[in-house]
Design a protein around this ligand. Structure first.
Ligand code: FAD
Ligand code: UDP
Length: 370
């Protein structure tokens, strides 16, 4: 009899598994329908020996010391600050939009103070910032919105930014200084030996058994367990009883090139050209030295593996119905990006999983007192 069945070996499932096994001595079975651990963060050495991220570029960044310290038990780190260029009007310019972006794009020589004035002069008055269009036009006006955000978002999400919650484009700041880092978090680093190696350590406790290539439906009635942690899509768990939650998918096209370096930076975004949104060169992320280089193109699509919950009010309303059901069932707990339908980064999923573990621990302690 296992104490816990954990569905999904991504960040959510693996962190809860590790805590339950090492801190509460629970016997855990973790199953994943894919042939590998690490969920969407899975990386591997390709046929040429280059470390690549199978499901697109994963860059670790967080402001949470707790999350960083926790993961540091399972990996060493390689300091890494991510930088992105966008292809706009025939030029490659820094993204997020900053002072240099504006000067390069318009052939100007503004100071930080002047560029803030420029943003204010082009910004549109928006009575209430609600959508992903509102966020951008109210900060940098319509022209920059159209050059950098409108078409990228249409490609990525298959809908206009005016239909998406403001939280989506709010992920990307606008700066009047020359800081060209994509993220400004306190901790920015990559697992030195990759994500999969970190997950191998996370899941190495003898109380944890791993079953891959296994949909949990195949074993749920066969292998006995007391409680379940579910990290797959929440609507699927409840047999879509309130309808399907929309998820956005991507097709990743990987390529290895006979050259040492291909891009001028780790990622180039293409808001207005091509069917793909961005191209990533992995060696920038991993620091690997190799005579060849591997890149990946991301082609957004509606069908396929669910990668992104789609943040908009009507989807949140459907999710809330599922959440009510989820809160009612005893001994099944939901965590992670798909099971809680949240557009979370890795560190947010780790924080959520650690919080769930604390809840389970407290519940056990309270039970012991009765
Ligand atoms: P997942 O990693 O999706 O794990 C869930 C697992 O459950 C999967 O392995 C799945 O196979 C399994 N599963 C589902 N259903 C079943 C079932 N029925 N039976 C058995 N197993 C099942 N975050 C960052 O912080 N930085 C980044 O740069 C970044 N880049 C990203 C780029 C892309 C293209 C994508 C898609 C995401 C990115 N993320 C990034 C987000 C990051 O991938 C997630 O936050 C994190 O991986 C979510 O972990 P999870 O455990 O919730 O879900
Ligand atoms: N975005 C955009 N243009 C860009 C970069 C981002 O319009 O050059 C918008 C787009 O809607 C995207 C969102 O901002 O989905 C969030 O971008 P982020 O880079 O955080 O996306 P992720 O890495 O999660 O795919």
């Amino acid at each position: 009899m296992f104490d816990y069945l954990i569905v999904g070996a991504g960040f959510a499932g693996s962190v809860v598994a590790e805590r339950l096994a090492s801190q509460l001595n629970k016997k855990v079975l973790i199953v994943d329908k894919r042939p590998h651990i690490a969920g969407n963060a899975f990386d591997h050495y390709n046929e040429e020996g280059i470390l690549v991220h199978k499901y697109g570029p994963h860059i670790f960044h967080t402001n949470s010391r707790d999350v960083f310290d926790y993961l540091s038990n399972f990996t060493e780190w390689r300091p890494y600050e991510h930088r992105v260029l966008a292809s706009v009007d025939g030029q490659l310019v820094p993204m997020p939009i900053n002072l240099d972006t504006i000067n390069k794009l318009y052939g100007l020589n503004l100071t930080a103070f002047e560029v803030e004035g420029f943003f204010q002069s082009v910004a549109e008055q928006v009575p209430e910032v609600r959508t992903s269009e509102d966020v951008v036009v109210s900060r940098v006006g319509r022209e920059l919105y159209e050059k950098f955000f409108r078409n990228y978002t249409r490609k990525q999400w298959g809908m206009d930014p005016s239909e998406l919650d403001k939280s989506v484009t709010s992920r990307v700041p606008v700066r009047s200084n020359r800081d060209d880092r994509y993220f400004t978090d306190t901790f920015q680093a990559m697992p030195r030996h990759g994500y999969t190696a970190m997950f191998e350590k996370l899941l190495s406790h003898p109380n944890i058994k791993i079953m891959l290539n296994t949909d949990y439906h195949e074993i749920v009635d066969v292998i006995p367990f007391r409680k379940m942690i579910f990290t797959g899509p929440v609507d699927e768990y409840f047999d879509f009883c309130y309808g399907e939650l929309p998820y956005r998918s991507l097709e990743f096209r990987h390529q290895t090139l006979e050259q040492e370096v291909h891009l001028p930076t780790a990622v180039v975004n293409f808001p207005n050209e091509h069917a793909y949104t961005r191209v990533t060169e992995f060696k920038y992320l991993t620091g690997q030295q190799h005579p060849k280089t591997s890149i990946v193109y991301e082609y957004p699509q509606a069908e396929g593996e669910p990668y992104y919950p789609v943040p908009k009010a009507e989807n949140a309303a459907i999710y809330n119905q599922y959440k009510k059901l989820a809160d009612q069932i005893k001994d099944v707990y939901f965590a992670g990006r798909l099971a809680t339908y949240k557009y979370y980064n890795m560190d947010q999923v780790v924080a959520q999983a650690l919080t769930l573990f604390k809840r389970l621990k407290t519940a056990q302690e309270e039970k012991a007192l009765v």
